[in-house]
Ligand binder design. Structure first.
Ligand code: AMP
Ligand code: MG
Length: 334
């Protein structure tokens, strides 16, 4: 009788051990082109496949509501009709965007879309006429967005006012996908939306090791390694999208105060935080603000516990105390 008890105990222990092993070893990854970039979702554990597939569906659903590249999205409808009742997620993103806009006195501003369109950096330019830039600047202000919290409706105040969530949406979506994976019981996973990375738990007991893109090198070359768990890291840089004319680089991050690509002396900003939307908005905002104003915003505690890695044109790197980051390329120094 006693022996039977021991055997059952051993069996239960064995099953537990095997399931822990499976949870650790089994992983599933899917990739999808969405939000104008290559996205990949990886989960570890027995539910990994179902979780990742659900994550991809969520990504597609969010894209269909917030993309400016889709005519039927909530955002495109709002940009056309100037007033629209919109889906909860998108409403929340716009709300956060306006907050960051006020905190950065307009260095971050989702109403910058008409200027982004004018520069057409994705299509290779050309450099717009200065007068056209000045003309379009008139409609750029977060004050031109009015939110009705009871009705979930947004009004754009002015015929030429349009919004673009490109600087904040990927961070938000990565969080939303992470929430879906967690609902499937996933305790370990990673979501990479074109360099906007969100991690869940750890990777086989260790922190996730994330390479931070070298802003002066081709894609995939890193200048340092960041260890994180249960956080996101979002990077913005002029190297991501640009065209050159007469030896001059014109990139996709616009200073809404001038209407020209930001020339703040920063080459890339990585923000490490709990909240992906905030991290995404801040990475773009700090790129525009420059080192001094950027650091005072990040160190102000306004956004709580936010880590950063900022690279400047002169190769200097500014790293917050609270993160685990190691520079691996000798051309960069703290
Ligand atoms: P990110 O890669 O997150 O830095 O976002 C850059 C994208 O956001 C650009 O491709 C534009 O669509 C848009 N954008 C550019 N400049 C700004 C800005 N100052 N504030 C908000 N959105 C911007
Ligand atoms: Mg951003």
């Amino acid at each position: 009788m006693k022996n039977k008890g021991v055997i059952i105990l051993m069996l239960v222990f064995g099953i537990l051990l095997v399931s822990a092993w499976v949870a650790n070893m089994y992983s599933y990854t899917a990739t999808e082109y969405a939000l104008d970039t290559m996205c990949s979702i990886t989960a570890y554990g027995i539910n990994a496949k179902a979780a990742v597939e659900d994550g991809i569906d969520t990504l597609k659903r969010l894209e269909s509501t917030l993309s400016v590249h889709r005519e039927d999205s909530d955002i495109s409808r709002l940009n056309r009709e100037k007033k629209a009742v919109i889906e909860n997620d998108v409403f929340g993103i716009i709300n956060s965007a306006i907050e960051v806009s006020s905190d950065t006195r307009g260095a971050f501003d989702i109403t910058v879309k008409p200027i982004v369109d004018l520069w057409n950096v994705k299509g290779g330019g050309p450099v717009p006429d200065h007068n056209d830039i000045i003309h379009r600047l008139k409609s750029i202000s977060n004050k031109n967005i009015q939110l009705n919290y009871e009705k979930n409706s947004v009004t754009l105040l002015g015929e030429n006012v349009q919004i673009d969530l490109g600087a904040i949406a990927k961070g938000y979506c990565a969080d939303a996908v992470a929430d879906v994976l967690k609902k499937h019981g996933i305790k370990s996973g990673i979501i990479d939306l074109g360099g906007n990375v969100r991690t869940i738990g750890k990777k086989r007991g260790n922190a996730w090791r994330i390479g931070i893109q070298n802003p002066n090198a081709t894609r995939g070359e890193y200048f340092g390694i960041l260890d994180i768990s249960d956080k996101c890291v979002v990077t913005s840089g002029g190297y991501e999208r640009y065209f050159t004319k007469d030896g001059k680089v014109y990139h996709h991050i616009i200073d809404p105060r001038t209407g020209y690509p930001a020339t703040s002396g920063i080459t890339s900003v990585s923000i490490i935080a709990e909240n992906g939307a905030v991290a995404d908005a801040l990475s773009t905002a700090v790129f525009v603000l420059g080192v001094d104003d950027g650091l005072s915003l990040l160190n102000s505690d306004k956004y709580g516990d936010v880590g950063y890695i900022i690279t400047a044109e002169n190769g200097k790197v500014y790293v917050s105390d609270d993160i685990d980051f190691e520079i691996t390329d000798e051309k960069f120094r703290e």
